[in-house]
Ligand binder design. Structure first.
Ligand code: ITT
Ligand code: NA
Length: 185
């Protein structure tokens, strides 16, 4: 089957393709910009985005809205992650975290799939913000995030390894489980 993924983030597309192509799903990227409202949750951002996009796309499609939530910063940057990445970047986050002992953070990914109605799939991975950037793979906040139980950052992992444990990988797992169930009928 063929699935349209609306995003302008190449890193997301690479991860999603690596995950879905072995399952026989061809992912077609559409870089349509959709309004991202200032909401309190990623779920609301996704619901609003899908609501807007459904009048612009005729076939089933999905979007992925993600965020990095840092405990000691009360969940910041969270829903503001894209903006904060563009403005402060990883260096800015590391600056904000200077001297802070509690480094706990998590990534959350919300996938919204629209096939006439909205279906939401989520994934979370816990970990910590390290003290300096490490690794050159991946994208976004990957060089400063080390998942629980690992001694390397997401930016030091191959896509397959990241996909097995990441927020996006876990959301994709739910999504594909649902697709298998529902396409049978
Ligand atoms: P879209 O076009 O899909 O919206 P985006 O980059 O704007 O792409 P988000 O709104 O989900 O995506 O932005 C979340 C921010 O968090 C953004 O700066 C990403 O680079 C970053 N991010 C998302 N997933 C990530 C991951 O798996 N690893 C590291 N950083 C990630
Ligand atoms: Na975005």
């Amino acid at each position: 089957m063929r699935l349209v993924f609306v995003t302008s983030n190449k890193g997301k597309v690479e991860e999603v393709r690596k995950y879905l192509s072995p399952l026989g799903v061809e992912v077609v990227q559409k870089s349509i910009k959709y309004p991202e409202i200032q909401a309190n949750t990623l779920e609301d951002v996704v619901a609003f985005g899908v609501e807007w996009l459904k009048d612009h796309i005729t076939e089933p499609f999905f979007i992925d809205d993600s965020g990095l939530f840092i405990e000691s910063l009360k969940g910041f940057p969270g829903v503001y992650s894209a903006y904060v990445y563009k403005t402060l970047g990883n260096e800015g986050i590391l600056k904000l975290m200077e001297g802070i002992k509690d480094r706990r953070a998590y990534f959350k990914s919300v996938i919204g799939y629209y096939d006439g109605e909205l279906h939401i799939f989520t994934g979370i991975v816990h970990g910590k913000i390290i003290n300096e950037k490490r690794g050159s793979k991946g994208f976004g906040f990957d060089p400063i995030f080390m998942p629980e139980g690992y001694d390397k950052t997401f930016a030091e992992m191959e896509i397959e390894e990241k996909n097995k444990i990441s927020h996006r990988g876990l959301a994709l797992k739910e999504f594909t489980r649902w697709l298998k169930e529902n396409l049978k009928k």
